[in-house]
Design a protein around this ligand. Structure first.
Ligand SMILES: Nc1ncnc2c1ncn2[C@@H]1O[C@H](COP(=O)(O)OP(=O)(O)O)[C@@H](O)[C@H]1O
Ligand SMILES: [Mg+2]
Length: 374
């Protein structure tokens, strides 16, 4: 809205239902960088449960935030079982109690858990077949959005939702955007949470594509076994060091063209390191196919990184045990698990012994740090 245009309090928004009339908030389930998320119930039906994500109108003069508009436009376009479904946009009535400013909400289908919350609870154990099913659904979601020319740009376990029936959904399209395969434009490289950020973005690439989401999906895949994010850097430089220590040195011989990236030569690289993905992750994954797929997802050179289509055809998904439905396992948990309610997952995954001890001696008693939500 321009300064000459109508102010938001003067607009009627005839197609935008009143949030407080229609929904009753039940609990806060998320506190992200961009606002709060609530579990809510439709007043009329009482049984229909939704998630309401508040749109932060921080810079009031600018009107409705472009980032929220982007998220809405993209979600409206995407209809797939493995993508969170946007039901509608709601607003609160503007009045003297809110300085005549409506609050807007994205109303989405409610999912009972997020993957970060589930993995932080050591009671939750997935079998190999179930892990395959999770990865298959995650890659199906990525295949679908990439095929629709959308980059997610914020893959991480807190943005992966799981329903109580075991369906995985990609969520949080707050950083997502449309890209063009043919003419790859310059995009901002200030995207993706540091621990899941691929080497090309850390080296300043402004021309990039779906490979950045695959890197994040690889980090998430490893996390299904390690239960902790595998590379927890405190700075971009440290993140590059952790990546090189795991995946090997970044060098033009394995990544032709890397020397042309903006930050190549400006940041420290770590020569002489070999990939340790297999050595360090085999003790966790204990499956040749899983490690092979992971290595391909964590390829330093983005043009050698496996794409979602090829990944879905990988033997990992087509050998015994085959992907197993998660319905049974998930139906056992009648308490929601979200990152917001979980202890900080800054643990180490490098020491197997330590992790085993943790599993046995520090098992959190049921429900201790998870609010009862349903
Ligand atoms: N549809 C939903 N169902 C259940 N929980 C959700 C839903 N959407 C978001 N959440 C929870 O809220 C958190 C923050 O939401 P998200 O969309 O990721 O916003 P942000 O941009 O603030 O990170 C998520 O990590 C998840 O735990
Ligand atoms: Mg998020």
């Amino acid at each position: 809205m321009s300064s000459q245009g109508p102010r938001s309090e003067e607009l009627q928004f005839p197609f935008c239902q009143n949030a407080t009339d229609k929904y009753e908030k039940l609990a806060k389930i998320g506190q992200g960088t961009f606002g709060e998320v609530f579990k809510a119930r439709e007043r009329a039906s009482k049984s229909k449960v939704v998630a309401m994500k508040r749109v932060l109108l921080d810079n009031e003069k600018e009107g409705f935030p472009i980032t929220a508009l982007r998220e809405i436009k993209i979600l409206q376009q995407l209809h797939h079982e493995n993508i969170v479904h946007l039901i509608e946009i709601c607003r609160t009535r503007a009045g003297p109690y809110n300085r005549y400013k409506s609050t807007f909400y994205l109303v989405c289908e409610f999912c009972e858990h997020d993957l970060a919350g589930l993995l932080s609870n050591l009671h939750v154990q997935f079998s190999l077949g179930e892990k395959k099913m999770l990865m298959q659904q995650l890659l199906n979601g990525l295949y679908f959005i990439h095929n629709n020319n959308i980059l997610h740009r914020d893959m991480k376990s807190a943005n992966i939702l799981i329903t109580r029936t075991g369906i995985l959904k990609l969520a949080d399209f707050g950083l997502a955007r449309v890209y063009s395969q043919k003419d790859r434009n310059r995009l901002t490289n200030r995207v993706v949470t540091l621990w899941y950020r691929p080497p090309e973005l850390l080296l300043g690439a402004r021309v990039y594509g779906p490979e950045i989401d695959i890197w994040g999906a690889g980090c998430i895949m490893a996390e299904l076994w390690t239960r902790f994010p595998i590379m927890q850097g405190h700075s971009e430089q440290e993140q590059l060091r952790l990546i090189s220590q795991l995946c090997g040195s970044i060098r033009p011989e394995i990544w032709p063209g890397v020397e042309k990236l903006d930050l190549y030569g400006k940041v420290e690289l770590y020569p002489g390191l070999k990939s340790k993905v297999r050595d360090r992750l085999m003790p966790f994954l204990q499956n040749q196919y899983a490690v092979d797929l992971l290595e391909k997802m964590l390829s330093l050179n983005p043009s050698n990184r496996i794409d979602s289509d090829t990944a879905l055809n990988h033997d990992f998904f087509w050998t015994d045990p085959m992907p197993t439905d998660l319905m049974l396992t998930m139906s056992k948990y009648n308490t929601s698990m979200f990152e917001m309610h979980a202890p900080k997952r800054r643990g180490q995954w490098t020491n197997l012994q330590q992790q085993r001890q943790q599993q046995h001696s520090h098992m959190p008693p049921d429900g201790q740090h998870f609010e009862r939500i349903f």
